[in-house]
Design a protein around this ligand. Structure first.
Ligand code: COS
Length: 383
């Protein structure tokens, strides 16, 4: 068993780390307060090849694989989890179109995402009444002369107001269950597409989350991704990979919380010695480090399996549920170690705590991950 990164993965990690520490970390706290969307930073990340880490070079990607994507996400999230989520979703969209799009779709959309011409890509699956159960969606795509008209609302769409391309899921056959759902590629700014509302969120404030309205948005025949009725399976497959991204994002935030806590515990003195010398604090740090390592192993194993083309759906869900729950615990303990200081904006812990919380919710809640894992266990037991 070899746990080391290869030269290409190490290089891409170093590239992401240098950029994240130099360009993202110094402005993360200000971005959290202002809510400014980091357009220049995202474009610079595209120039570094980090908007298509696992996308073929022919379409501007780095073609470096899922493990490389995981380490990039860890490094970016360590500096600014808001930027990291935009990078994660954009990579997921670019990868999805690369895997299932026509040559024309790849040329048109993937290259725009990997080059930074489009600042990001969005994934419009959820709806106000269809979150954990996307099969209950109501958005429709009706066949018209030369293409389709999309009608409905999409909810919780990360940076849906900034995206150059949005993958939109809609019913093409209301009577066919999940097989009646198809996926479409819609360009940002398409006539009939409107931003209905923007969320005021607890964290990740440097990334927008919006509700989008589709009022008879016309797309041509060539806008369908994959074939008619294939959309639900495309969404599930994309989310399997996306969950490695979110797990890696949570890992990055937790790693930052541990690093800051270690430094603080070494410096802060109480009862005449650094608090790390008190067993109560040292034990917390030991537990945090152990949870982080276990999470890293699960996450990177899922990424490795994806790179080996081994089915990884269960492992991606295991990684996501475990890592995101442990990351929340780690950020909570980090605040405890900092005492009153941890509760203020003088330290980054309260931001980490707010930012990391959503990782247990989006791209499938912890409860959904357990459903995915349990269903797979049942399937394996009956084989
Ligand atoms: N990869 C590819 N195909 C998959 C898949 C996967 N990981 N998981 C399911 N499918 C396929 C199934 O094989 C089935 O295909 P067939 O039509 O060929 O039989 C189809 O998708 C429907 O699957 P299933 O019956 O399991 O669908 P359910 O409605 O029961 O959904 C879960 C199951 C819970 C897994 C799904 O609703 C889910 O992931 N929900 C969470 C959604 C989510 O993450 N939302 C966040 C969006 S981004 S913020």
């Amino acid at each position: 068993m070899d746990f080391s990164l290869n030269d290409e993965q190490e290089l891409i990690r170093q590239t992401a780390r240098d950029f994240a520490q130099r360009e993202l970390a110094p402005k993360a706290a200000a971005r959290d307060l202002s809510g400014e969307f980091p357009v220049a930073e995202l474009k610079a990340l595209a120039e570094l090849g980090l908007m298509g880490v696992n996308v073929p070079e022919a379409f501007g990607g780095a073609e470096a694989g899922a493990m490389a994507f995981s380490v990039v996400m860890q490094e970016l999230a360590k500096a600014d989890a808001s930027v990291a989520v935009t990078v994660s979703v954009t990579n997921m969209v670019a990868e999805l179109i690369s895997a299932f799009g026509t040559e024309e779709q790849k040329k048109k959309h993937v290259s725009k995402l990997t080059s930074g011409e489009a600042v990001c890509g969005a994934f419009a699956l959820s709806e106000p009444q269809a979150g954990s159960d996307p099969a209950a969606m109501k958005t429709t795509a009706t066949k018209v002369d030369g293409g389709w008209k999309l009608k409905g609302n999409k909810q919780w769409i990360s940076h849906g107001d900034k995206a150059g391309v949005i993958v939109v899921w809609a019913l093409t056959n209301k009577d066919a269950g999940t097989r009646g759902i198809s996926a479409f590629l819609v360009e940002g700014g398409a006539p009939g597409l409107a931003v209905i509302s923007a969320e005021h969120k607890m964290g990740l404030r440097g990334s927008t989350t919006v509700q989008l309205g589709f009022d008879d948005v016309f797309v041509g025949e060539d806008a369908m991704l994959g074939t008619e009725g294939m959309g639900f399976r495309l969404a599930m497959a994309a989310l399997d990979g996306g969950r490695i991204g979110i797990s890696s994002q949570a890992l990055g935030v937790a790693a930052a919380a541990l690093e800051v806590s270690l430094a603080y515990a070494n410096e802060r003195e109480q009862f005449g010695q650094p608090i790390i010398r008190h067993q109560a604090i040292a034990n917390k740090l030991a537990d945090m480090a152990t949870k982080l390592e276990a999470s890293k192993l699960l996450t990177e194993r899922a990424a490795w399996m994806k790179d080996q083309k081994i089915p990884f759906s269960k492992e991606a869900s295991m990684a996501k549920v475990f890592t995101t729950e442990k990351a929340c615990e780690i950020c909570d303990e980090a605040i405890q170690i900092h005492g009153g200081n941890g509760y203020t904006q003088d330290f980054p812990l309260e931001r980490f705590y707010r930012d990391v919380r959503v990782t247990r919710i989006y791209e499938g809640t912890s409860e959904i991950q357990r459903i995915v894992i349990a269903r797979q266990l049942i399937k394996e037991a009956s084989n």
